[in-house]
Design a protein around this ligand. Structure first.
Ligand code: NAP
Length: 403
Protein backbone atom coordinates (compact mmCIF):
# COMPACT_ATOMS: atom_id res chain seq x y z
CA UNK A 1 0.00 0.00 0.00
CA UNK A 2 1.54 3.32 -1.09
CA UNK A 3 0.87 5.95 1.53
CA UNK A 4 0.75 8.97 -0.82
CA UNK A 5 -1.62 7.17 -3.18
CA UNK A 6 -3.83 6.15 -0.29
CA UNK A 7 -4.05 9.70 1.03
CA UNK A 8 -4.87 11.01 -2.44
CA UNK A 9 -7.63 8.49 -3.08
CA UNK A 10 -9.22 8.22 0.39
CA UNK A 11 -8.78 11.66 1.96
CA UNK A 12 -10.07 15.13 1.03
CA UNK A 13 -8.46 18.52 1.52
CA UNK A 14 -8.35 19.79 5.11
CA UNK A 15 -7.84 23.43 4.11
CA UNK A 16 -9.55 25.66 6.69
CA UNK A 17 -10.17 22.73 9.06
CA UNK A 18 -8.87 22.64 12.62
CA UNK A 19 -7.60 19.27 13.83
CA UNK A 20 -6.82 18.89 17.54
CA UNK A 21 -4.88 15.77 18.54
CA UNK A 22 -3.65 14.38 21.85
CA UNK A 23 -0.38 12.46 21.99
CA UNK A 24 1.00 13.88 18.74
CA UNK A 25 4.58 13.21 19.88
CA UNK A 26 4.13 9.42 19.72
CA UNK A 27 4.63 7.01 16.83
CA UNK A 28 1.08 7.16 15.49
CA UNK A 29 0.51 10.81 16.46
CA UNK A 30 3.53 11.97 14.48
CA UNK A 31 2.41 10.12 11.36
CA UNK A 32 -1.16 11.46 11.64
CA UNK A 33 0.10 15.05 12.05
CA UNK A 34 2.19 14.78 8.89
CA UNK A 35 -0.82 13.55 6.91
CA UNK A 36 -3.08 16.26 8.32
CA UNK A 37 -0.49 18.94 7.54
CA UNK A 38 0.02 17.57 4.02
CA UNK A 39 -3.73 17.92 3.44
CA UNK A 40 -3.65 21.56 4.58
CA UNK A 41 -5.21 21.11 8.04
CA UNK A 42 -4.49 23.48 10.91
CA UNK A 43 -3.10 21.45 13.83
CA UNK A 44 -3.58 21.92 17.56
CA UNK A 45 -1.21 19.67 19.46
CA UNK A 46 -2.29 18.62 22.96
CA UNK A 47 0.83 17.11 24.54
CA UNK A 48 2.64 16.77 27.84
CA UNK A 49 6.18 17.31 26.58
CA UNK A 50 6.92 20.90 25.42
CA UNK A 51 10.42 20.11 24.09
CA UNK A 52 9.30 17.22 21.90
CA UNK A 53 6.32 19.26 20.72
CA UNK A 54 8.45 22.28 19.83
CA UNK A 55 10.70 20.08 17.74
CA UNK A 56 7.68 18.56 16.03
CA UNK A 57 6.23 22.02 15.29
CA UNK A 58 9.52 23.11 13.73
CA UNK A 59 9.68 19.99 11.54
CA UNK A 60 6.07 20.42 10.40
CA UNK A 61 6.75 24.05 9.54
CA UNK A 62 9.86 23.18 7.60
CA UNK A 63 8.19 20.42 5.60
CA UNK A 64 4.63 21.72 5.14
CA UNK A 65 4.78 25.43 6.04
CA UNK A 66 2.18 24.80 8.79
CA UNK A 67 2.14 26.71 12.07
CA UNK A 68 0.71 24.29 14.61
CA UNK A 69 -0.57 25.52 17.98
CA UNK A 70 0.41 23.81 21.22
CA UNK A 71 -1.37 23.38 24.56
CA UNK A 72 0.33 21.45 27.33
CA UNK A 73 -1.58 18.67 29.09
CA UNK A 74 -0.73 15.69 31.24
CA UNK A 75 -3.55 13.20 30.78
CA UNK A 76 -2.61 11.50 34.07
CA UNK A 77 -3.61 14.67 35.89
CA UNK A 78 -7.25 15.79 35.82
CA UNK A 79 -6.24 19.34 36.82
CA UNK A 80 -3.98 19.61 33.86
CA UNK A 81 -6.92 18.49 31.66
CA UNK A 82 -9.16 21.08 33.34
CA UNK A 83 -6.58 23.79 32.70
CA UNK A 84 -6.36 22.72 29.08
CA UNK A 85 -10.15 23.01 28.63
CA UNK A 86 -9.98 26.56 30.01
CA UNK A 87 -6.96 27.50 27.94
CA UNK A 88 -8.59 26.29 24.70
CA UNK A 89 -11.50 28.65 25.37
CA UNK A 90 -13.87 29.00 22.43
CA UNK A 91 -11.43 27.79 19.77
CA UNK A 92 -13.46 26.01 17.06
CA UNK A 93 -12.37 22.42 16.42
CA UNK A 94 -13.46 20.40 13.38
CA UNK A 95 -11.76 17.14 14.33
CA UNK A 96 -10.69 15.97 17.78
CA UNK A 97 -8.41 12.92 17.64
CA UNK A 98 -8.13 11.25 21.04
CA UNK A 99 -4.86 9.46 20.45
CA UNK A 100 -2.72 9.79 23.62
CA UNK A 101 -2.42 6.50 25.44
CA UNK A 102 -0.20 4.49 27.74
CA UNK A 103 -0.01 0.74 28.23
CA UNK A 104 2.09 -0.76 30.99
CA UNK A 105 2.94 1.95 33.51
CA UNK A 106 4.03 1.62 37.13
CA UNK A 107 0.59 1.71 38.75
CA UNK A 108 -0.48 4.63 40.93
CA UNK A 109 -3.65 6.45 41.90
CA UNK A 110 -4.70 9.63 40.15
CA UNK A 111 -6.18 12.66 41.94
CA UNK A 112 -9.64 11.23 41.20
CA UNK A 113 -8.63 8.06 43.05
CA UNK A 114 -8.46 6.08 39.81
CA UNK A 115 -5.75 3.81 38.48
CA UNK A 116 -3.41 5.93 36.33
CA UNK A 117 -3.79 3.70 33.25
CA UNK A 118 -7.57 4.14 33.51
CA UNK A 119 -7.15 7.89 34.02
CA UNK A 120 -4.88 8.40 30.99
CA UNK A 121 -6.69 6.12 28.55
CA UNK A 122 -10.27 6.76 29.62
CA UNK A 123 -11.17 9.31 32.34
CA UNK A 124 -9.10 12.23 31.00
CA UNK A 125 -10.00 11.87 27.29
CA UNK A 126 -13.69 11.47 28.23
CA UNK A 127 -13.50 14.60 30.38
CA UNK A 128 -11.70 16.51 27.65
CA UNK A 129 -14.12 15.44 24.93
CA UNK A 130 -17.24 16.26 26.95
CA UNK A 131 -15.89 19.69 27.84
CA UNK A 132 -14.99 20.42 24.23
CA UNK A 133 -18.41 19.54 22.80
CA UNK A 134 -19.37 23.23 22.30
CA UNK A 135 -16.11 23.74 20.37
CA UNK A 136 -16.85 20.69 18.24
CA UNK A 137 -20.37 21.60 17.15
CA UNK A 138 -20.84 19.98 13.71
CA UNK A 139 -17.39 18.40 13.97
CA UNK A 140 -16.09 14.91 14.54
CA UNK A 141 -14.39 12.93 17.30
CA UNK A 142 -12.03 10.10 16.41
CA UNK A 143 -11.02 7.75 19.19
CA UNK A 144 -7.93 5.64 18.79
CA UNK A 145 -9.19 2.37 20.22
CA UNK A 146 -7.55 -1.00 20.46
CA UNK A 147 -8.28 -4.66 19.88
CA UNK A 148 -7.19 -5.03 23.54
CA UNK A 149 -10.68 -3.80 24.53
CA UNK A 150 -11.86 -7.33 23.67
CA UNK A 151 -9.85 -8.85 26.52
CA UNK A 152 -11.74 -6.97 29.23
CA UNK A 153 -15.26 -6.73 30.48
CA UNK A 154 -16.69 -4.31 33.03
CA UNK A 155 -16.22 -5.31 36.68
CA UNK A 156 -18.65 -3.27 38.74
CA UNK A 157 -16.68 -3.93 41.95
CA UNK A 158 -13.38 -2.80 40.38
CA UNK A 159 -14.20 -0.43 37.53
CA UNK A 160 -10.64 0.83 37.05
CA UNK A 161 -9.15 -2.68 37.27
CA UNK A 162 -6.97 -1.61 40.18
CA UNK A 163 -6.97 -5.22 41.45
CA UNK A 164 -6.07 -6.69 38.06
CA UNK A 165 -2.40 -7.27 37.22
CA UNK A 166 -2.28 -8.21 33.50
CA UNK A 167 -1.44 -4.94 31.65
CA UNK A 168 -3.35 -5.89 28.49
CA UNK A 169 -6.52 -6.32 30.58
CA UNK A 170 -6.02 -3.06 32.48
CA UNK A 171 -5.31 -1.14 29.28
CA UNK A 172 -8.05 -3.00 27.42
CA UNK A 173 -10.55 -2.09 30.13
CA UNK A 174 -9.71 1.61 29.81
CA UNK A 175 -9.98 1.49 26.00
CA UNK A 176 -13.29 -0.34 26.32
CA UNK A 177 -14.60 2.39 28.63
CA UNK A 178 -13.47 5.18 26.30
CA UNK A 179 -14.76 3.58 23.10
CA UNK A 180 -18.23 2.79 24.39
CA UNK A 181 -18.83 5.70 26.79
CA UNK A 182 -18.17 8.20 23.99
CA UNK A 183 -20.44 6.24 21.70
CA UNK A 184 -23.32 6.93 24.10
CA UNK A 185 -22.26 10.50 24.88
CA UNK A 186 -21.99 11.54 21.24
CA UNK A 187 -25.15 9.82 19.98
CA UNK A 188 -27.47 12.58 18.71
CA UNK A 189 -25.06 15.25 19.99
CA UNK A 190 -24.46 16.95 16.66
CA UNK A 191 -20.87 15.70 16.79
CA UNK A 192 -19.92 12.71 14.64
CA UNK A 193 -18.07 9.82 16.23
CA UNK A 194 -15.74 7.21 14.81
CA UNK A 195 -13.62 4.58 16.49
CA UNK A 196 -10.45 3.58 14.69
CA UNK A 197 -7.67 1.25 15.71
CA UNK A 198 -4.20 0.83 14.28
CA UNK A 199 -3.80 -2.92 14.70
CA UNK A 200 -0.40 -3.58 16.24
CA UNK A 201 2.50 -1.30 15.38
CA UNK A 202 5.94 -0.82 16.97
CA UNK A 203 5.95 2.51 18.85
CA UNK A 204 6.97 3.72 22.30
CA UNK A 205 3.79 2.29 23.76
CA UNK A 206 5.82 -0.72 24.94
CA UNK A 207 8.69 1.38 26.33
CA UNK A 208 7.70 0.61 29.91
CA UNK A 209 8.59 -3.03 29.45
CA UNK A 210 11.87 -4.10 31.05
CA UNK A 211 14.77 -3.18 28.74
CA UNK A 212 15.59 -6.80 27.90
CA UNK A 213 12.05 -7.47 26.74
CA UNK A 214 12.05 -4.28 24.63
CA UNK A 215 15.39 -5.27 23.10
CA UNK A 216 14.11 -8.75 22.23
CA UNK A 217 10.82 -7.62 20.69
CA UNK A 218 12.02 -4.44 18.95
CA UNK A 219 13.27 -5.89 15.65
CA UNK A 220 10.81 -8.79 15.27
CA UNK A 221 7.99 -6.27 15.93
CA UNK A 222 9.29 -4.10 13.08
CA UNK A 223 9.33 -7.03 10.69
CA UNK A 224 6.12 -8.69 11.75
CA UNK A 225 3.82 -5.73 12.24
CA UNK A 226 2.76 -2.68 10.23
CA UNK A 227 4.76 0.55 10.50
CA UNK A 228 3.20 3.45 12.48
CA UNK A 229 3.04 5.34 9.16
CA UNK A 230 0.78 2.69 7.63
CA UNK A 231 -1.14 2.05 10.86
CA UNK A 232 -1.88 5.80 11.06
CA UNK A 233 -3.88 5.54 7.82
CA UNK A 234 -6.66 3.85 9.79
CA UNK A 235 -7.11 7.07 11.73
CA UNK A 236 -7.02 9.09 8.48
CA UNK A 237 -9.71 6.86 7.01
CA UNK A 238 -11.80 7.49 10.14
CA UNK A 239 -11.59 11.25 9.53
CA UNK A 240 -13.22 10.87 6.13
CA UNK A 241 -15.72 8.08 6.78
CA UNK A 242 -19.26 8.43 8.15
CA UNK A 243 -19.88 5.54 10.45
CA UNK A 244 -22.83 3.41 11.36
CA UNK A 245 -23.47 2.71 15.04
CA UNK A 246 -21.85 -0.72 15.48
CA UNK A 247 -18.74 -0.39 13.36
CA UNK A 248 -15.14 0.69 13.63
CA UNK A 249 -12.15 1.05 11.33
CA UNK A 250 -9.04 -1.08 11.46
CA UNK A 251 -6.64 -3.11 9.32
CA UNK A 252 -8.54 -5.62 7.22
CA UNK A 253 -6.41 -8.78 7.77
CA UNK A 254 -7.01 -10.23 11.26
CA UNK A 255 -7.32 -6.64 12.52
CA UNK A 256 -3.53 -6.35 12.24
CA UNK A 257 -2.38 -6.05 8.62
CA UNK A 258 -3.60 -4.48 5.40
CA UNK A 259 -5.65 -1.51 4.22
CA UNK A 260 -8.05 0.21 6.62
CA UNK A 261 -11.54 -1.25 6.51
CA UNK A 262 -14.89 -0.49 8.15
CA UNK A 263 -15.74 -3.53 10.26
CA UNK A 264 -18.49 -4.72 12.60
CA UNK A 265 -18.02 -3.96 16.27
CA UNK A 266 -20.20 -6.24 18.38
CA UNK A 267 -17.94 -6.78 21.38
CA UNK A 268 -19.91 -4.91 24.05
CA UNK A 269 -23.59 -5.56 24.70
CA UNK A 270 -26.04 -2.67 25.04
CA UNK A 271 -26.48 -3.34 28.79
CA UNK A 272 -22.72 -3.06 29.42
CA UNK A 273 -22.47 0.06 27.28
CA UNK A 274 -25.16 1.67 29.45
CA UNK A 275 -23.27 0.74 32.63
CA UNK A 276 -20.04 2.11 31.20
CA UNK A 277 -21.73 5.38 30.24
CA UNK A 278 -23.24 5.78 33.73
CA UNK A 279 -19.81 5.29 35.31
CA UNK A 280 -18.25 7.70 32.81
CA UNK A 281 -20.78 10.35 33.81
CA UNK A 282 -20.06 9.78 37.53
CA UNK A 283 -16.34 10.16 36.91
CA UNK A 284 -17.00 13.30 34.85
CA UNK A 285 -19.08 14.83 37.69
CA UNK A 286 -16.40 14.00 40.22
CA UNK A 287 -13.78 15.61 38.00
CA UNK A 288 -15.94 18.69 37.43
CA UNK A 289 -16.65 19.23 41.12
CA UNK A 290 -13.16 18.77 42.46
CA UNK A 291 -11.61 22.16 43.20
CA UNK A 292 -7.98 23.12 42.85
CA UNK A 293 -6.36 25.70 45.08
CA UNK A 294 -2.78 26.82 45.37
CA UNK A 295 -0.60 27.66 48.36
CA UNK A 296 2.86 29.18 48.26
CA UNK A 297 5.15 27.64 50.90
CA UNK A 298 8.76 28.39 51.92
CA UNK A 299 11.35 25.84 50.76
CA UNK A 300 11.84 24.19 54.17
CA UNK A 301 8.11 23.59 54.68
CA UNK A 302 7.63 22.70 51.01
CA UNK A 303 10.10 19.85 51.48
CA UNK A 304 8.52 18.75 54.76
CA UNK A 305 5.05 18.56 53.17
CA UNK A 306 6.50 16.70 50.23
CA UNK A 307 8.18 14.12 52.48
CA UNK A 308 4.97 13.68 54.51
CA UNK A 309 6.52 15.00 57.76
CA UNK A 310 4.36 18.11 57.85
CA UNK A 311 0.72 17.09 57.57
CA UNK A 312 -1.03 20.30 58.65
CA UNK A 313 -0.71 23.69 56.96
CA UNK A 314 -1.93 26.56 59.16
CA UNK A 315 -3.43 29.72 57.64
CA UNK A 316 -5.77 32.58 58.48
CA UNK A 317 -9.33 31.37 57.91
CA UNK A 318 -10.03 34.20 55.47
CA UNK A 319 -12.46 34.18 52.51
CA UNK A 320 -9.95 32.39 50.26
CA UNK A 321 -9.25 29.53 52.74
CA UNK A 322 -12.96 29.08 53.57
CA UNK A 323 -13.43 27.90 49.97
CA UNK A 324 -11.14 24.92 50.60
CA UNK A 325 -13.14 21.75 51.22
CA UNK A 326 -12.23 18.22 52.24
CA UNK A 327 -11.51 16.24 49.04
CA UNK A 328 -10.20 19.30 47.19
CA UNK A 329 -6.70 19.41 45.77
CA UNK A 330 -4.05 21.98 46.64
CA UNK A 331 -1.08 22.68 44.43
CA UNK A 332 1.78 23.36 46.84
CA UNK A 333 4.19 25.81 45.21
CA UNK A 334 7.72 26.51 46.35
CA UNK A 335 8.16 30.20 47.30
CA UNK A 336 9.39 32.64 46.16
CA UNK A 337 9.61 31.68 42.41
CA UNK A 338 6.68 29.22 42.52
CA UNK A 339 8.19 27.28 39.64
CA UNK A 340 8.20 23.92 41.44
CA UNK A 341 5.00 22.37 42.72
CA UNK A 342 3.21 19.16 43.60
CA UNK A 343 -0.39 18.27 44.44
CA UNK A 344 -1.89 17.20 47.75
CA UNK A 345 -5.42 16.21 48.71
CA UNK A 346 -7.24 17.93 51.60
CA UNK A 347 -8.17 15.16 54.03
CA UNK A 348 -9.38 17.26 57.00
CA UNK A 349 -9.87 20.85 58.20
CA UNK A 350 -9.84 22.12 61.78
CA UNK A 351 -10.71 25.65 62.88
CA UNK A 352 -9.11 27.46 65.86
CA UNK A 353 -9.26 30.85 67.59
CA UNK A 354 -5.58 31.49 66.95
CA UNK A 355 -2.26 29.82 66.09
CA UNK A 356 -1.41 29.14 69.71
CA UNK A 357 -4.58 27.09 70.18
CA UNK A 358 -3.80 25.30 66.90
CA UNK A 359 -0.24 24.40 67.99
CA UNK A 360 -1.41 23.27 71.46
CA UNK A 361 -4.06 20.99 69.93
CA UNK A 362 -2.17 19.51 66.97
CA UNK A 363 1.38 19.52 68.33
CA UNK A 364 4.43 21.14 66.74
CA UNK A 365 5.57 18.04 64.81
CA UNK A 366 2.49 17.66 62.58
CA UNK A 367 2.84 21.37 61.68
CA UNK A 368 6.46 20.91 60.62
CA UNK A 369 8.07 22.47 63.73
CA UNK A 370 9.42 19.38 65.49
CA UNK A 371 11.02 20.23 68.85
CA UNK A 372 9.42 23.67 69.32
CA UNK A 373 6.92 24.56 72.03
CA UNK A 374 3.37 25.62 71.05
CA UNK A 375 4.22 29.23 72.00
CA UNK A 376 7.34 29.16 69.78
CA UNK A 377 5.24 27.83 66.90
CA UNK A 378 2.63 30.55 67.44
CA UNK A 379 5.38 33.20 67.45
CA UNK A 380 6.57 32.04 64.03
CA UNK A 381 3.06 32.32 62.57
CA UNK A 382 2.69 35.71 64.19
CA UNK A 383 5.53 37.05 62.05
CA UNK A 384 3.17 36.61 59.08
CA UNK A 385 -0.28 37.09 60.64
CA UNK A 386 -0.91 39.72 63.35
CA UNK A 387 -2.99 39.08 66.51
CA UNK A 388 -5.63 41.43 65.04
CA UNK A 389 -5.93 39.39 61.86
CA UNK A 390 -6.14 36.16 63.89
CA UNK A 391 -8.99 37.71 65.90
CA UNK A 392 -10.78 38.91 62.78
CA UNK A 393 -10.65 35.65 60.74
CA UNK A 394 -9.66 32.87 63.13
CA UNK A 395 -7.25 30.16 62.00
CA UNK A 396 -7.62 26.99 59.95
CA UNK A 397 -5.34 23.95 59.91
CA UNK A 398 -5.63 22.13 56.61
CA UNK A 399 -4.64 18.47 56.81
CA UNK A 400 -3.09 17.35 53.53
CA UNK A 401 -1.90 14.10 52.00
CA UNK A 402 0.38 13.78 49.01
CA UNK A 403 -0.73 11.31 46.34
N1 NAP B 1 1.12 0.83 19.00
C1 NAP B 1 0.14 -0.05 18.99
O1 NAP B 1 0.32 -1.23 18.65
C2 NAP B 1 -1.25 0.37 19.36
C3 NAP B 1 -2.27 -0.57 19.25
C4 NAP B 1 -3.57 -0.20 19.57
C5 NAP B 1 -3.81 1.09 20.00
N2 NAP B 1 -2.80 1.98 20.13
C6 NAP B 1 -3.13 3.32 20.60
O2 NAP B 1 -2.58 4.28 19.75
C7 NAP B 1 -2.39 5.51 20.47
C8 NAP B 1 -1.04 6.09 20.17
O3 NAP B 1 -0.06 5.24 20.71
P1 NAP B 1 1.35 4.94 20.03
O4 NAP B 1 1.34 3.53 19.64
O5 NAP B 1 1.67 5.99 19.05
O6 NAP B 1 2.29 5.02 21.30
P2 NAP B 1 3.41 6.09 21.72
O7 NAP B 1 4.43 6.19 20.66
O8 NAP B 1 3.85 5.66 23.08
O9 NAP B 1 2.60 7.44 21.82
C9 NAP B 1 1.74 7.70 22.92
C10 NAP B 1 1.44 9.19 22.92
O10 NAP B 1 0.61 9.44 24.07
C11 NAP B 1 1.27 10.42 24.86
N3 NAP B 1 1.02 10.24 26.29
C12 NAP B 1 1.28 9.14 27.05
N4 NAP B 1 0.98 9.41 28.34
C13 NAP B 1 0.54 10.68 28.38
C14 NAP B 1 0.10 11.55 29.42
N5 NAP B 1 0.07 11.14 30.69
N6 NAP B 1 -0.29 12.79 29.11
C15 NAP B 1 -0.24 13.24 27.82
N7 NAP B 1 0.18 12.48 26.79
C16 NAP B 1 0.57 11.22 27.07
C17 NAP B 1 2.74 10.26 24.58
O11 NAP B 1 3.42 11.45 24.97
P3 NAP B 1 5.01 11.48 25.24
O12 NAP B 1 5.65 11.61 23.89
O13 NAP B 1 5.19 12.70 26.09
O14 NAP B 1 5.36 10.19 25.92
C18 NAP B 1 2.70 10.04 23.08
O15 NAP B 1 2.52 11.25 22.41
C19 NAP B 1 -2.62 5.17 21.92
O16 NAP B 1 -3.91 5.55 22.31
C20 NAP B 1 -2.52 3.66 21.95
O17 NAP B 1 -3.26 3.12 23.00
C21 NAP B 1 -1.52 1.64 19.81
Amino acid sequence: MKIEKYLQSECASLQGKVVAITGSTGGLGEAICKYVASLGGQLILLNRNPKKTQLQIEKLKEKFGTTAKFFQVDMADIFSVKNLCQAIGEQKIDYLILNAGAYSLPREKSALGLDNVFQINFASPYFLCKNLLPNLNGGKVIVVGSIAHKYSKIKTDDIDFSKVKAPRKVYGNAKRFLMFSLKKLLKNSGVEYVIAHPGITPTNITSHYPKWISAIIKYPMKWIFTSPQKAGLNIMKAMFTSMEQNTWIGPRIFNIWGRPKVQKLNTCKEEEQKQIFEIAEEVFDKGSKINIHSLGVQEKYYNLIKSGEKIYEGRLNDDKRRLIEIGDIITIQKDPERKESFNVRVVDKKEFKNFLEMAETLGAKSLGFNGLSPQEVANIYQEFYSQEKQKEFGVVAIKVKKF
